[in-house]
Design a protein around this ligand. Sequence first.
Ligand code: AP5
Ligand code: MG
Length: 182
Amino acid sequence: MILILIGAPGSGKGTQAEYLRKKYNITHLSTGDMLRENVKEGTELGNKANEYMQRGELVADKLIIDMISERTTRDDCKNGFLLDGFPRSLPQAEALDEMLLEKGLELEAVVNLMVDEEELVKRLLGRGRSDDNEETIRNRLNVFREQTSPVLDYYKEQCKVKDIDGVGAIEDIFERIIGALD
Ligand code: AP5
Ligand code: MG
């Protein structure tokens, strides 16, 4: 099974991905986590990406697409995967479609976690990652609105989107997601 989790910064993509990964026995691929790993290890990709991440801007599409293309060919993706934070621009969505077509794979659904902005800011300020300061959070929210919202429209046209109310207890939100997928 191939799933996409889409939602604003702080909407709970990573949190719900943990539950979904276990439930469906699929690999969780978070482009944010992969990039942070590269930054930590000081790889060429990490060095290129870090500045953008600290500002809350998107890292260049080509770098992200290459990273995901490589990662999804590994053995642990054979049973399917859950994309968290990818695609978040139209070129990324188009590249993913092409990639799946080439591999003869089909996207099951796009889970859209909907959370109001006040709640998002509250959650992120309470977390304390290095890109969780007020200025960067504001920019991440703008980038989501401007560059990632069109991705939702793109998948709505394909009738793949499941809208989920992302506010409430973590377990309740998870129940809503599996209810929408079954
Ligand atoms: P990324 O790591 O993807 O960050 P993000 O999209 O901003 O989202 P977060 O990971 O901050 O939030 P989340 O939705 O996973 O929520 P979480 O479960 O953690 O990307 C970081 C950066 O990398 C980007 O800005 C960009 O620079 C770059 N990047 C990544 N992917 C890219 C791509 N495809 N293209 C280009 N650049 C890319 O929850 C948040 C907090 O809320 C936690 O503290 C959690 O405990 C809490 N929480 C969760 N659920 C609930 C709940 N129901 N109630 C109360 N609190 C909750
Ligand atoms: Mg995350």
